[in-house]
Design a protein around this ligand. Structure first.
Ligand SMILES: NC(=O)c1ccc[n+]([C@@H]2O[C@H](COP(=O)([O-])OP(=O)(O)OC[C@H]3O[C@@H](n4cnc5c(N)ncnc54)[C@H](O)[C@@H]3O)[C@@H](O)[C@H]2O)c1
Length: 265
């Protein structure tokens, strides 16, 4: 439909074809946007992102989202390549060493926890602060980060990522105030269903968790493609007055109490 015609954006977090950011990048370009892709330098080693860049005719600018120098370089180069200020940015980043190493929540390594919070949440503040200081966002632009409902409710195996997501969502509200007031830029988080990706399947017992949510949700789990479509709508001019929200994109899961289908199982 071309609802992103003429818009410029930066997409963080496309690692492989399963990544939510991968689908978002494809959907944005299909809707007429021009984008740059970015990921941590270490993720470049997988080489998959090159395929996406080729397919979408987009440039890749490596950046560790916890490094202010890398972020400065990323947005400077993106504006140069895309030919102007940005209209949208997707933060699609998550990583926890404690989860990866299967540490119990009652026995977490706190140095690793700091790293998890830095990569998964504080990076969002760093991204927005860099955009703010560079005055890199066009008026009425849109910034979105991906989150999960463990920020509000307890999902024991999600471990410290629950705290990371709570922090991430709070940054959206707090920075949303500043960006809205100065630039009419909106900032939101999308709280996505469990999705089969590298980050998702790193969570202990992910399959059971995925199937449970799928059964509990009247519409079933939202997949990565529909998440991408939702992101596109938030980057478009059809959602100009939506800001500082945590938006559940989960087939109804978050408002369910009990689903008889689960009991029948
Ligand atoms: N998969 C799910 O079930 C699910 C559900 C809700 C929300 N989310 C969120 O969606 C987002 C994307 O995850 P995904 O499921 O597509 O998995 P993914 O593993 O494909 O994406 C995570 C990305 O984070 C990047 N990353 C890690 N450290 C980084 C750093 N220092 N700098 C820059 N990038 C870094 C990785 O390289 C990777 O591309 C994450 O925020 C995740 O928490 C995922």
């Amino acid at each position: 439909m071309g609802i992103l015609n003429g818009k410029r954006g930066v997409i963080f977090g496309a690692l492989d074809e399963q990544s939510i950011a991968w689908k978002v990048a494809e959907a944005c370009v299909a809707e007429g946007a021009k984008i740059t892709l970015t990921n941590a330098p270490v993720a470049m080693r997988f080489g998959e992102i090159n395929k996406l860049a080729e397919k979408l005719d987009a440039e890749i600018i490596p950046a560790d989202a916890t490094s202010m120098d890398d972020l400065n370089n990323l947005f400077e180069k993106s504006m140069e390549i895309l030919g102007g200020k940005l209209d949208f940015v997707l933060h699609s980043i998550g990583m926890s060493i404690n989860v990866r190493k299967k540490r119990e929540y009652t026995d977490l390594n706190h140095e690793w926890m700091q790293k998890s919070l830095d990569v998964s949440a504080i990076s969002f503040h760093k991204v927005m602060q860099t955009l703010w200081k560079m005055d890199a966002m066009n008026d009425w632009g849109s910034i979105v980060a991906l989150t999960y409902m463990a920020a509000q409710r307890t999902f024991p195996d999600y471990s410290e990522m629950a705290e990371a997501k709570a922090l991430l969502e709070s940054f959206a509200r707090s920075f949303g105030y500043h960006f809205g007031t100065r630039n009419k830029v909106r900032v939101n988080t999308i709280s996505q269903s469990p999705t089969m990706t590298t980050a998702g399947s790193g969570v202990k017992g992910f399959d059971g968790f995925f199937n449970y949510a799928d059964k509990m949700s009247p519409l079933g789990n939202a997949d990565a493609e529909s998440c991408a479509a939702y992101c596109v709508s938030l980057f478009s001019d059809y959602t100009k007055m939506v800001t500082m929200q945590n938006l559940f994109h989960d087939g109804g899961f978050s408002n369910m109490g009990m689903n008889p289908a689960i009991l029948e199982d």
